[in-house]
Each structure stands twice: as structure tokens, then as C-alpha cells.
Design a protein around this ligand. Sequence first.
Ligand SMILES: CC(=O)N[C@H]1[C@@H](OP(=O)(O)OP(=O)(O)OC[C@H]2O[C@@H](n3ccc(=O)[nH]c3=O)[C@H](O)[C@@H]2O)O[C@H](CO)[C@@H](O)[C@@H]1O[C@H](C)C(=O)N[C@@H](C)C(=O)N[C@H](CCC(=O)O)C(=O)O
Ligand SMILES: Nc1ncnc2c1ncn2[C@@H]1O[C@H](COP(=O)(O)OP(=O)(O)OP(=O)(O)O)[C@@H](O)[C@H]1O
Ligand SMILES: N[C@H](CCC[C@H](N)C(=O)O)C(=O)O
Ligand SMILES: [Mg+2]
Length: 497
Amino acid sequence: MAKYLPDLLALITSVETRGNRSVTIENIAYDSRKVSPNSLFICLKGGSVDGHDFAAAAVEKGAVAILAEREVDLPPHVTLIITANVRLAMQNIVPYFFDYPSREMRMIGITGTNGKTTTTYLIRSILQEAGYRVGLIGTIQTMIGEQVLPVKNTTPDVLDLQETLRKMADAKLDYVVMEVSSHALSLGRVAGCEFDVGIFSNLTQDHLDFHQTFDNYIQAKAKLFDMLSQPVQNKQRKTAVINLDAVAADIMLKHADCPTLTYAIENQDADLKASQIDITSKGANFVILGSFGEQRLSLKITGDFNVYNAMAAIGAALAEDVPLATIVRAIENANSVPGRFELVDAGQPFSVIVDYAHTPDGLENVLQTARRFAQRRVIAVFGCGGDRDRTKRPIMGRLAAKYAEVIIATSDNPRSEDPSAILREIEAGIRDAIRPDACYEVIVDRREAIAKALSAAQPDDVVVIAGKGHETYQVLKDKVIDFDDRAVVREIIREME
Ligand SMILES: CC(=O)N[C@H]1[C@@H](OP(=O)(O)OP(=O)(O)OC[C@H]2O[C@@H](n3ccc(=O)[nH]c3=O)[C@H](O)[C@@H]2O)O[C@H](CO)[C@@H](O)[C@@H]1O[C@H](C)C(=O)N[C@@H](C)C(=O)N[C@H](CCC(=O)O)C(=O)O
Ligand SMILES: Nc1ncnc2c1ncn2[C@@H]1O[C@H](COP(=O)(O)OP(=O)(O)OP(=O)(O)O)[C@@H](O)[C@H]1O
Ligand SMILES: N[C@H](CCC[C@H](N)C(=O)O)C(=O)O
Ligand SMILES: [Mg+2]
């Protein structure tokens, strides 16, 4: 993978160098702790610290060149490269450094507020059933074939992403299925990724702390389809798979200058349509209509939202010419994704569902689905993350009050914020919408809140614990503690016996 520094410099504009340019770069790092001998260290200004302050530490670990936006003190043997925009420079050199791995595999990227993780898992199941070797990148984990690696972000930054894609290409994978978050599209984390299929699942409120306006959020998502539309060498056959019922579907279609395949439940103009939907606690049955005619499907995952996710996955697979019979076999066998409408059965006489709903739309979908098959009350336990879009808090409070009989507002990941202050914002929404026959409580400690819900539950109630899904930790102001909603439920039920 080693590259000659002048070849990297040729990809950067407005560059000024000091020191020896004739060096060979064997590795690139933007974290001083990951520098190895003969590395190029990239100084990034972050949210909490400035990478420029770690240049000396990087040199100590063997960096021979530093890419920065300003002067930094360096020993004479180290080359300094100054450019106006380090992030932009990094987006140009990193995919080149790793020899553009995305060109060696077929790449399926999905963007949208909700449903990305679920859909990537469904697509992976279908492609594996079709005999392909598949890599997956997303919120829960990275999978290189069967090898599982931990992750920090839904979509990793450009260096980690290209490094992972290189490993996948070297492992001779046929496909990569990846979540493309709006942060990634705004920050250029997916620079150098050449996609074959782009999917748009939906767009509802989230991340306004980062994007400021809903319109900016839409424009960020649309970048996936701009990328898909760029003519590139190895990718001749491309498809944009778009949910026609979603807000801003028309905008995504405008940005998609390539063949499209649309899906919908409501919009009759879609290429793939679902009808006769029957939702139960155990799954979803429906008929899908397409150019192939009609096909009856029986999913092991439930909720209208999973019918949408299934259609997105089917659309992507059809675009890749997977036979319908293979698609049906795989999708009917697909189990629920960890922490997505996951039923926790510890022998209790009521249902417990752990779900990752952390947006208004996600919460509404999961509570509405629980409401549809609950024989008695719906008990909702949820919170909202700290250091994230504050405006969603009262909205989620109102939605919980709309669908649940018992609401327990509690902490999600408070991060640097005061948990009680977050809960006050949620409570304002609950108070607005609470029905006379419903009740609510605010309990800061999540374990206590779950215990309260479980002890209040009676036979045939449905307890929905939302927000953290697969997460196995809780981020508090000064520490990260082990916390897994599913394990906590099992422990409490055992203690109750
Ligand atoms: C706000 C944000 O996006 N932050 C991302 C950012 O971290 P940061 O800016 O805080 O970095 P920093 O800690 O200040 O460090 C600055 C620089 O100094 C370097 N450094 C730092 C310490 C040291 O000892 N040596 C050193 O060299 C760091 O490596 C970095 O290059 O760069 C990190 C590395 O790429 C990311 O992991 C981190 O994501 C954090 C964890 C995060 O929570 N991001 C969220 C908002 C996010 O990106 N979410 C999206 C969407 C999720 C979804 O809806 O699905 C996602 O894709 O995950
Ligand atoms: N198609 C969908 N439409 C609306 N809500 C959905 C959809 N699919 C899943 N959900 C809800 O959103 C939650 C998150 O689902 P999933 O993890 O698949 O989405 P995601 O887009 O990957 O989320 P993130 O942005 O956090 O990575 C689920 O737990 C469920 O409550
Ligand atoms: N990708 C989302 C996940 C939110 C999960 C929720 N548990 C929280 O911590 O807010 C985010 O980073 O905003
Ligand atoms: Mg996800």
C-alpha cells in the first residue's frame, strides 16, 4: 500500500511543503495513537480536541510527514504539508492510498432517517443466499464475511472506511452493504466510494443539532444520489432504489441521474408495491407486486416499517438481478436484527420489546405497532440522548402519550447533559398529550425505570423499552457504564420470581 509522497501531493490543491518530499508513506493516520513508522499524520480539528496538538506525539511514534492547516513545531527530518482544508485533502488522498477498494466490489449504500441497519441486514441475508460473499458496515458492527469488528460510528470516517474496504476487497468479497449516515455525507466520510446501488428509506426529523435545518438534512441525503450519478470507470450498471411514500422522495429522484426502482405502500406509481398487509406480534404477511407479477411474503419481522425495509431490500436485490425465488427464501427466513423490535422472553406473562427507536418517527412506528396487537395496555419506557437534537424531546413525549397507557420517561445516553434537564423537556410533551386514562412517571435511573415498568406490567400488557436497542453501554457525564436493556430485563424478571 506504500505510496510516494509527491504522488499524494499531486492530489492536493493549494499546498505548501517544508522539508524533504522524497519519502515513501507506508501508513496514514489521523489519530496519533495509531501512528506507525513512516506514517503520514493528518491533523484534524475535532469537536473536543485539535489534532494539530498531537503532531509531536505522532512524530514520536514514527510519522515522517504531517498534513496540517497551520504551522506546527517539527524536527527537521519531518516534512510539513500545509493546505487550506485538511479534510478535503484527506478525502482526495486516502482512497488513492488504498487503491480505490470500492472499485473491486459491488457497493450498496443506504441513507434515510430510519431503517438503514435493518435493511442492510436483510440485503446481506439475500445476497448470501444467492451465494455471494458480503461485507457489512453500519451502526451495530462491521462484518468482513464472517469476521466481526466493533464500530464507533454508523459510517466511519474516510480513513477507517477506506482501510476497511481495502480489507474487504483483499478478502475477495463480492458485495459491500453499508449505511450512509447524513453526517457521513455532510462531512465527506464516503469520499472515494463508488456506489452501484443507492437506497433512500425515508426522511423524518432527526439530527437538527448538526444540520440546523430540515432542508440541509435533505440536501445531505441527496448527496448519495449525486455520488451515484457520477460516471465512474468500473460501475456501469447503477440503480437508485427510492421509497416513493417518503418525504423528499421527489428530490432524491431529481438527484438520481441513473436508472431508478421505486417502492411504496401508498403511492400507486411505484415499481414495487405492497398490499394486503397483515401485522401480527410474530411477523408481517403481505403481497408484493412488481414486474414479475404478484408474490406473497411472510416475514418474521413485524410492523409496517419492516414491510418498507423488506421492499427496499427486495428492490436492491432485484436491481442486482438476484432471482425472485432466492429473495423470497432469504427474506422469509430473516430474523430480527439485534435491538430492533427484539422480543425478550424470560418466561414472563406479558411481552417485552426492546427497540432502537430514538427519533419521533421511530418511536411512533414501534408504539403504533405494539398498540396494534396489544391485548391490554402498552407500557412505554424511553428517553432521549444528550448532546443531540433537543427539539425531538417534547415531540417524542407527545407521541408516547398518544399511544401508551403507562409512560415512564427515563435517561437514554445523557452524555454531557444533566439527565433531569433532558427529562423536563420530554415531560413537557407528555403533559401536553396525556389522556385521562393514562399515567406517567419520570425516573432518571434507567434500571429503576425498567424495573418499575416490569413490576407494573400485568398479563397481556406490552412493555416497549425504546432508544438503546443493541447498545450495551450507557454514556453518562463522567463515565460509560455497562448497560444492556435486554440483559437488564432478564435480570429484573429473575429477581422478581
Ligand atoms: C461529532 C462527530 O461526528 N465527531 C466525530 C469526530 O470526533 P471529534 O471531532 O470529536 O474528534 P476529537 O476527539 O475532537 O479529535 C480530533 C482529532 O484529534 C485526534 N486525536 C485525538 C486524541 C489523541 O490523543 N490523538 C489524536 O490524534 C483524533 O483522532 C481526531 O482526528 O471524529 C471521530 C473519528 O472519526 C468520530 O468517531 C466522531 O464521532 C462521534 C463519536 C459521534 O458521536 N458522532 C455522531 C454524531 C455521528 O457521527 N453520528 C452519525 C449518524 C448516526 C446515525 O444516525 O446513524 C454516524 O455516522 O455515526
Ligand atoms: N423503515 C422504517 N421507518 C420508520 N421507522 C423505522 C424503520 N425501520 C426501523 N424503524 C424504527 O427505527 C429504529 C431504528 O431502526 P434501524 O436501526 O434499522 O435504523 P437506522 O436508520 O439504522 O438508525 P440509525 O440512524 O441510528 O443508524 C427501529 O428500532 C424502529 O423503531
Ligand atoms: N445514531 C444516533 C443514535 C442515537 C441512539 C440513542 N441511544 C442516543 O444515544 O441518542 C445518534 O448518534 O444520534
Ligand atoms: Mg443504523
